[in-house]
Ligand binder design. Structure first.
Ligand SMILES: [Zn+2]
Length: 309
């Protein structure tokens, strides 16, 4: 069903009534990675523009500290063992062992399932027991195996019981709407601008949107599920998230603050917190303790979703 793969990004939700605004933290280590301006307003119109609609994400320029390495296309990618695993999975049908950047090994299969008439390729990717598709557009000037390796690496960090939130990924060549790096909704993540934004941090942020929706739906009763069908879905965040964020009394960064002020909801706050939490888990006990100290209320919700080892 090729037509189903041609996704358009969609808004995650309609703006909801505003909860009590949370004041901005007065001091905050830059544990996040979004390129919000150091003070004041966002530096580009894309970042400001996104706040009007959950669909839009900021253009991101990442500091490298502790982040998964960005894709490079200098030929050295051939030496990347994760890319090599993808190569082997494609040539053998898999499954093959894939050791992610955390040192955790998963069994991975990758099959090229279609070459659309318009060009590009569609892959079926299985990591452990979970399968999703990756569509790479014809005009996306990317090393397919390297992009697949990067997506699989980030996906494999997601706890298994939350992986079902992702059904498909597409990688497109063009710039995102209003300069968006990526968008997420309805089980789908779209990365724009070739592979420039296919990083672990952005993957986790977008995955946070999908997980937020999955958890929000799981929290529904039969009745509230029916009501939401009629009245529209609430923001894709877990029960108690808005209260936890308000109790923490801060925003994660200028991006989430701007989004909250515009939309009145904590959609971006949750996605960004999820991504930061994933980084904190990667960073070890000190990084995790720093995260918990800054965001004690949010941490309780996140630890429920994904208990630290
Ligand atoms: Zn977002």
């Amino acid at each position: 069903m090729l037509s189903k793969i041609q996704f358009r990004p969609r808004p995650l939700s309609t703006p909801a009534a505003a909860p009590a605004p949370a004041p901005k933290a007065t001091s905050k280590p830059r544990v996040d990675t979004f390129s919000a301006a150091p003070t004041g307003r966002a530096p580009n119109s894309a970042l400001r523009g996104l706040a009007k609609d959950n669909l839009f994400e900021p253009t991101l320029a990442k500091p490298a500290l502790g982040a998964a390495p960005k894709l490079k296309f200098d030929g050295l990618e051939q030496l990347n063992p994760r890319r090599a695993a993808v190569d082997k999975a494609l040539s053998t049908g898999g499954p093959v062992p894939f050791t992610n950047t955390d040192g955790k090994t998963e069994q991975v299969s990758v099959d090229r399932i279609a070459t659309p008439l318009l060009g590009g390729a569609i892959y079926s990717v299985t990591v452990g027991d979970d399968t999703f598709s990756v569509s790479i557009a014809k005009d996306a000037n990317v090393d397919h195996q390297a992009v697949l390796a990067q997506i699989i690496d980030a996906y494999s960090e997601t706890p298994e019981d939350l992986r079902g939130a992702l059904e498909s990924v597409s990688v497109r060549g063009e710039k995102g709407p209003d300069g968006a790096a990526a968008t997420a909704g309805d089980g789908h993540i779209t990365f724009y601008d070739n592979a420039a934004n296919v990083t672990a941090d952005i993957f986790h942020h977008e995955m946070g949107h999908l997980i937020g929706r999955q958890v929000e739906n799981a929290n529904d009763s039969v009745l509230s599920g029916i009501i939401e069908k009629l009245k529209g879905e609430p923001p894709p965040i877990p029960d108690g998230w808005a209260e936890a964020a308000a109790a923490d009394g801060n925003h994660l960064n200028d991006y989430t603050e701007g989004s909250f002020e515009k939309s009145g909801n904590y959609t971006e706050d949750f996605a960004e917190a999820w991504s930061e939490y994933m980084r904190a888990l990667d960073g070890g006990p000190i990084a995790l303790a720093a995260f918990e100290a800054l965001y004690p209320g949010r941490s309780e919700v996140l630890k429920d979703l994904y208990p630290p080892a």
